[in-house]
Design a protein around this ligand. Structure first.
Ligand code: RB5
Length: 149
């Protein structure tokens, strides 16, 4: 599994912890920035990771900003991306199983790193269930098609 990661300055420390955690498990990752805690704008890094995931170069993405809100809103503008902001493991499980979420968003100022790493582990090990949920994902794609002109 290949995972693309990105953050703004406010999410950088948590992103770095996640990278260490994933590398220790032998997961192949690429960090698309930011690389310093100098103030920057989250849409830039949301776009980089979202394009990699939508283009199927990476199976999953993980994005971190202060709240996880801005970076998930931005990532969800890229067709084919289903970014889920999670603050608990139940949502991390459900967003993969039911929504086939392909990007996990986290808020460094919201979740502690212990919980964040559990959320990451749950997100990457849970499979999409398909079935009735596929029909709903197809419905999301129809909305994208309606507005992508
Ligand atoms: C940066 O201060 C902060 O606004 C950003 O990381 C994020 O929380 C936005 O949604």
């Amino acid at each position: 599994m290949k995972i693309a990661l990105g953050s703004d300055h406010a999410g950088l420390p948590l992103k770095n912890e996640i990278i260490k955690h994933l590398e220790a498990k032998g997961v192949e990752i690429k960090d698309f920035g930011a690389y310093t805690e100098e103030s920057c704008d989250y849409p830039e890094f949301a776009l980089k990771v979202a394009e990699e995931v939508a283009g199927k170069k990476y199976e999953l993405g993980i994005l971190v900003c202060g709240t996880g809100i801005g970076i998930s809103i931005a990532a969800n503008k890229v067709p084919g991306v289903r970014a889920a902001l999670c603050g608990d493991t139940f949502s991390a499980h459900a967003c993969r199983e039911h929504n086939d979420a392909n990007i996990l968003a986290l808020g460094q100022r919201v979740v502690g790193s212990g919980l964040a790493l559990d959320i990451v582990d749950t997100f990457i090990k849970t499979e999409f269930e398909g079935g009735r949920h596929q029909r709903r994902i197809d419905g999301i794609s129809e909305i994208e098609k309606k507005y992508s002109k």
